[in-house]
Write a protein that binds this ligand. Structure first.
Ligand code: CMP
Length: 140
């Protein structure tokens, strides 16, 4: 499904600058920093870019989540029950909680400016986690 205001970008591979930003964002995230480097690199390869205009709702609290995001450009605001929790700056992961914990979205995320995001879907994300786990398991 498409978010309103979403612009598709044709990009077969991310430029080096984007790759470094995504890698740093994943390594800094509390839940992802323990992944193996091979998993981080595969997640990076599976991410696709998206741009949204200012004011767009990226994530709606209570929805079923399907994408994990890395913010590359612009700023987003996180709110819960209408109260502001924080602002997220470029180089940060968000939208990971619903996918990691298999729960509904814990907060609403809105674009404060035009934004550029990288996204990976739940299936891709979980496949990478599982495949690496299975490979590791078969080595013991
Ligand atoms: P998720 O629950 O999938 O969707 C909403 C996202 O907002 C959530 O993942 C986190 O990435 C982010 N988020 C939720 N609560 C906070 C918080 N207190 N501080 C910063 N980010 C948050």
């Amino acid at each position: 499904t498409k978010l309103s205001g979403e612009i598709n970008i044709v990009a077969l591979c991310s430029p080096q600058r984007s790759r470094e930003l995504i890698q740093r964002a994943l390594l800094e995230n509390d839940f992802m920093k323990h992944l193996e480097m091979s998993q981080i690199l595969t997640i990076m390869d599976c991410m696709h870019p998206t741009m949204l205009v200012q004011g767009c709702c990226v994530i709606e609290e209570g929805d079923d989540g399907s994408l994990v995001y890395v913010l590359e450009e612009g700023r987003v605001e996180v709110t819960k029950d209408g109260k502001k929790l924080c602002t997220i700056e470029p180089g940060k992961v968000f939208g990971e909680l619903a996918i990691l914990y298999n729960c509904t979205r814990t907060a609403t995320v809105t674009a404060l400016t035009d934004i550029k995001l990288w996204a990976i879907d739940r299936q891709g994300f979980q496949t990478i986690m599982m495949r690496t786990g299975l490979i590791r398991h078969s080595q013991y």
